[in-house]
Design a protein around this ligand. Structure first.
Ligand code: CU
Length: 260
């Protein structure tokens, strides 16, 4: 009786051991591939943004995952900017963690410019900027000649376009401002489409380009106060992503136009 029990225990132990050994092989592979992913993710993780003195906001915002290239990188301050303020954008997601090699791509077009009110600076981005992880380094300078550095990051991931209502191929489309929301909030349109917003609520809404309250990203997309029945239209001629909001309800009432 005891012998039989011993045999059973030995069989169970051997079986368990064999099972454990069989599992070890593939497990090691999974672990090492996880490590690879983590290494890549670490490079692609958003770090804490560095804010220069007098910094107020930026578009795209830090941590944004965009369905298309931003039209501009715009940074807003509460103090008058001066030369040689500069914005630099570079890709870092293409860095290979094993080899350490990078393939930096310049997605900017033209030089950094300071807006007329001197409170914002911007740099244009090419519409076909590839899907990648981007870091923005900027230097904000003041009339006394002093400068401060800042940094933030965003991602372009065109798979995000799947979350947008497809309204491409139309000359004109309508977005309703209803129940304190843009409806639909995220749309895809073709280049040169006229987008019209219609307020259907009994309260005043607005259409304002990000960031809030600078409204500087794409100034052509800033409406007057819209009462019930009022409309506002913008024709988008350049491909890219256009994040916007309603000023009285800036925290909750947001939208995005993806122009393709
Ligand atoms: Cu509103």
């Amino acid at each position: 009786m005891n012998k039989a029990l011993l045999v059973i225990i030995v069989i169970l132990l051997l079986g368990g051991g064999a099972f454990f050994l069989l599992r070890q092989g593939p497990r090691q592979n999974i672990t090492s591939s996880n490590d690879d992913q983590n290494e890549t993710l670490n490079i692609n993780n958003f770090s804490i943004p560095k804010k220069a003195a007098h910094y107020e906001s930026n578009t795209p915002e830090h941590g944004a995952i965009l369905a298309g290239a931003p039209v501009f990188v715009v940074i807003n301050f509460n103090f008058d900017l001066a030369a040689p303020s500069e914005i630099i954008v570079y890709s870092s997601g293409v860095k290979n963690p094993k080899t350490g090699t990078t393939s930096p791509i310049d997605i900017t077009s033209g030089k950094t410019t300071i807006d007329a009110n001197k409170l914002s600076m911007r740099r244009a981005i090419i519409p076909d900027a590839p899907d990648d992880f981007y870091t923005v380094d900027y230097k904000a300078c003041w009339a006394d000649g002093s400068c401060h550095d800042g940094q933030f990051q965003f991602k372009i991931d065109r798979t995000q376009a799947a979350n947008f209502v497809d309204m491409t191929g139309q000359d004109e489309v309508t977005i309703n401002l209803r129940n304190f929301a843009f409806n639909p909030a995220k749309i895809r349109v073709s280049k040169a489409t006229k987008v019209t917003w219609v307020n259907q609520d009994n309260v005043v809404h607005t259409v304002n380009t990000d960031s809030h309250p600078a409204h500087s990203y794409y100034p052509d997309q800033n409406s007057r106060n819209l009462s019930k029945g009022d409309t506002y239209s913008v024709t988008f001629s350049q491909p890219g992503i256009y994040p916007y909001h309603c000023t009285p309800h800036a925290n909750t009432m947001k939208g995005q136009i993806l122009v393709e």
